[in-house]
Design a protein around this ligand. Structure first.
Ligand code: CR1
Length: 844
């Protein structure tokens, strides 16, 4: 308020109100102006990188205007906001998305106007952008899809995360091995705005000082320790076909005491003054590259608290400006915890309310629990966060006390409701009585939230019957709910597969399905239309040809676009079972080799495509990558095999590569051990792009089957309710290996793919160490199902019918539906209608 311009002077401001370009000419002029002024270049000095920069800056100008208006509108409306706290936002590229969502891509793209007129091809310009890769996999990409939907549906929402200087590493494959290269992505990033005036001092270490105030009440003060500064960087998030543009605020860490400590500098201790600064900057330096695995590192805990404390300070500061009573906090603020990573926010809000604002414990706790919702994303035990009590004690002494108090009051209430059940108390205690003691973050998140949700039906049922069973007894079943994941059709259909999106629009009349995905069902009426089917097939073939070109350029392997493309792209993890896939590929290779030249003609040509990163410390995952590459170099050069089988590993799988690969798939693999993949989201992307899937009865595969019909999906393998018994059996020696898998192991051990010692771990895991992921149990059914797929693919007419039918029934899996479910069932928040700016005509 203090900074606003007095009434009399506002006239001048209004006279000079900035407006965005409105036509092709306006775009061109903005582009050239940015080349010549912002970038200090000219037409004699303008390469594709500069064109990308200028094009981004031109669209960014429009975006900022909408963004400012949206933020003003949200402030004036003063309605409830939702804050999505996530350590990961896997955004990918922004330019194409901004052009689409703003609805002005035509201005840059039309032939003989826009970029074309200025000497550039839009496809090449888009390719210049570095992915914003601040995430590992599904969890981070889900957060990005949610931001897109929140803005598109006009919800007043902010994302809060960390501005890592290094995102997920770049993967290189050298001699068949993964090599990690740092991802320094901030050289030129026009999509972020540093807010050097928005900073928060964050405290670490120190001690707690307790005293008694004039009313005899004990007050705790957290004192001493060291301070690090959090600086806000804001990223505009455009909604599709609406002027609403939300904010993603990412925090960066800096030394609190300015550039460096001058005292140390003057006393000649230059190195240590710089070291202090570097130590502070380390907090937001790098994303932890683990997917579904927690390692308990101190720096990770520091990141979590740094981010959570800065975000809450910001949220509370905004609330305080409204001068409302504290009890109204949950009417104004909903905070969603994306997994347990931000769970300290629960403790931090309780600390703010009790220690700093002087509220009574119960009143504060009531506010806290009504504010938070917690989403669980995994049941894998190695991914469930636990932090050691001594570590928290050292880093956050006051928070540890509050955790103990939360636990005490919680256990007292359990004891009252279930008197004498000491086992129950031990089972649900937030503190695990181990050596050292550990804080169970998921339990803290449950106790501190009003709703807990899983991410697909099976997963939400599983958490209620397994890992959180006791909490259902304590809190009742209504606290637990399901929101099945979804994906944004803007990026994952229109951007990734523009021709398919346009073909669909030719049947549905408009691109409105991008706003209401259930409208896809209209294309089922055209399933028999020969021209539609022909174009459908032509688009798939063209997408495959484009991928084939990428494969040639990056791996030197030549693949035939008319072969069946079989794709598995996702993080490499034993539970996702890429090892089963490559064993299956080896089995196919052995069959081809054993066949006579006459029999070989009967094989359906296939290309097996893999992609995905292994966590740098995940030895087994790296071995899997190595085997895939080793098999590729043998199979791809075997004259007996020719085009019947090719095996490629695409390096550095990321969001922009996904946009290339997914539209080119015929069959994709979602083959996790039943009960282990919470949802999966690429399964939805593949089907939406006219690919079929092979999958286990796991995660969202089950709901996909329900929606598209079981004739349109290839399901196989044991069910989740059978897994426990099978594992039990393995441990009691009832494990007879599948004979086809034995053949595969023999081939590996004979050295067919190089030194077999390199792959021994993968074999012993199955043969000698209990086959925890049931590779052998599911192998036969997996191979059989691939034979069924071959047969199905030979009948191209039936295949295309399956694809069209499936796409038409995918409406449920839009992230717009998820966000509406969260808004209604968890956040209790309404969209903020946009009256002011007239939504412009959207040209898709
Ligand atoms: C799950 O493994 C799910 C995403 C998004 C992942 C995946 O099945 O689709 O979350 N979980 O909900 C995860 O990363 C830490 O947990």
């Amino acid at each position: 308020v203090e900074a606003s311009i007095p009434e009399p002077q506002r006239e001048a401001w209004l006279k000079h109100q900035v407006s965005a370009f409105k036509d092709k000419d306006g775009f061109e002029s903005s582009f050239v102006r940015h080349i010549e002024t912002t970038l200090a270049r000219s037409m004699f000095n303008c390469d594709e990188t500069a064109a990308y920069a200028a094009c981004s800056l031109a669209f960014r100008d429009r975006l900022i205007l909408e963004w400012n208006r949206t933020q003003q509108r949200q402030t004036f409306a003063d309605s409830k906001r939702v804050y999505y706290l996530s350590l990961e936002f896997l955004m990918g590229r922004a330019l194409d998305n901004a052009m689409l969502n703003i609805g002005q891509k035509e201005l840059a793209k039309a032939s003989e106007a826009g970029l074309d007129n200025l000497g550039f091809r839009i496809e090449d310009v888009i390719q210049q952008e570095h992915d914003a890769a601040l995430g590992n996999g599904g969890l981070g990409r889900l957060a990005a899809c949610f931001l897109d939907s929140l803005a598109s549906l006009n919800y007043p929402a902010w994302g809060y995360g960390l501005r890592y200087r290094y995102g997920i590493f770049k993967q290189e494959i050298i001699d068949g091995y993964q090599v990690e290269v740092p991802d320094y992505w901030l050289d030129f990033n026009p999509w972020e705005f540093p807010r050097h005036d928005v900073t928060v001092d964050i405290q670490f270490y120190g001690y707690v000082h307790k005293s008694t105030d004039e009313n005899g009440k004990t007050v705790a003060r957290w004192e001493g320790g060291e301070t690090v500064k959090a600086v806000a960087y804001d990223v505009p998030i455009p909604g599709y076909a609406t002027p609403s543009t939300n904010n993603l605020r990412l925090w960066s860490s800096k030394a609190a005491s300015g550039e460096f400590d001058f005292q140390k500098f003057n006393s000649g201790d230059y190195e240590s003054s710089v070291a202090d600064q570097q130590r502070a900057e380390t907090i937001s330096a790098v994303l932890y590259p683990n997917d579904n695995l927690e390692r308990g590192k101190e720096l990770r805990l520091k990141q979590q608290y740094f981010w959570v404390a800065a975000s809450l300070y910001d949220i509370v500061r905004r609330f305080k400006k409204t001068r409302r009573a504290w009890k109204e906090f949950p009417d104004q603020v909903a905070i969603q915890l994306n997994d347990t990573h931000p769970t300290l926010a629960i403790v931090e809000l309780q600390r703010i309310l009790v220690d700093l604002e002087g509220l009574e414990w119960d009143e504060a706790w009531n506010i806290v629990t009504n504010t938070f919702g917690y989403t669980n994303h995994t049941v894998l035990p190695e991914a469930l966060e636990k932090w050691s009590v001594p570590l928290i004690q050292h880093l956050l002494p006051r928070h540890l006390q509050i955790v103990y108090d939360i636990n005490l009051f919680f256990l007292q209430s359990v004891e009252r409701a279930h008197p004498g059940d000491r086992d129950l108390l031990a089972r649900v205690s937030i503190i695990e009585e181990s050596q050292p003691k550990m804080v169970r973050m998921a339990y803290l998140a449950i106790v501190g939230s009003h709703k807990v949700n899983g991410v697909a039906e099976l997963h939400s049922d599983l958490i209620k019957t397994t890992i959180f069973k006791d909490f259902v007894t304590i809190f009742g079943p209504d606290k637990f709910t399901n929101v099945t994941n979804g994906i944004t059709p803007r990026r994952w259909l229109h951007q990734a597969n523009p021709r398919l999106s346009d073909l669909i629009a030719s049947k549905t009349g408009t691109h409105d399905f991008l706003k209401d995905l259930t409208l896809l069902n209209k294309i089922e009426l055209s399933v028999d239309d020969p021209a539609f089917r022909k174009e459908w097939a032509a688009i798939k073939l063209a997408n495959k040809a484009k991928l084939a070109e990428h494969i040639k350029n990056t791996t030197d392997v030549v693949v035939d676009p008319s072969a069946l493309f079989d794709v598995q792209v996702k993080r490499i993890h034993e539970y996702k079972r890429q090892q089963m896939n490559i064993f299956g590929v080896i089995h196919r290779y052995l069959r081809i080799k054993a066949a006579s030249p006459e029999e070989r003609k009967k094989f359906l040509p296939r290309v097996s495509i893999f992609g995905g990163k292994a966590a740098p410390g995940y030895w087994m995952a790296k071995q899997i990558i190595h085997l895939i590459n080793a098999v590729g170099s043998v199979v791809n050069n075997d004259k007996d095999v020719g085009n019947l089988l090719k095996v490629v590993f695409l390096e550095d799988y990321n969001v922009s590569k996904a946009e290339l690969i997914i539209p080119a798939s015929d069959i994709s693999e979602h083959i996790s051990t039943a009960g282990t993949e919470a949802s999966g989201t690429s399964n939805m992307k593949f089907v939406l792009n006219g690919g079929l899937i092979i999958g286990t009865c796991d995660g969202a595969n089950i709901e996909i089957t329900r929606e598209i019909g079981e004739n349109n999906i290839f399901l196989f393998g044991n069910l989740s309710e059978e897994v426990e018994d099978l594992r039990h059996g393995h441990n009691y020696g009832l494990h007879t290996l599948d004979p086809e898998l034995v053949q595969v192991f023999e081939a590996i051990e004979k050295g067919t793919f190089g030194d077999s010692k390199d792959f021994a771990g993968m074999i012993t895991a199955v043969r000698d160490h209990g086959d925890y992921y049931l590779v052998s149990d599911d192998f036969h059914s997996y191979l059989e199902t691939h034979d069924v797929i071959d047969e199905a693919y030979r009948n191209q007419e039936d295949w295309i019918t399956k694809c069209i039918t499936s796409v038409s029934r995918m409406g449920f899996f839009t992230s717009d539906r998820c966000i509406n479910e969260y808004a209604e069932g968890i956040w209790n928040i309404e969209p903020l209608p946009v009256e002011s700016a007239e939504p412009e005509k959207i040209e898709a």
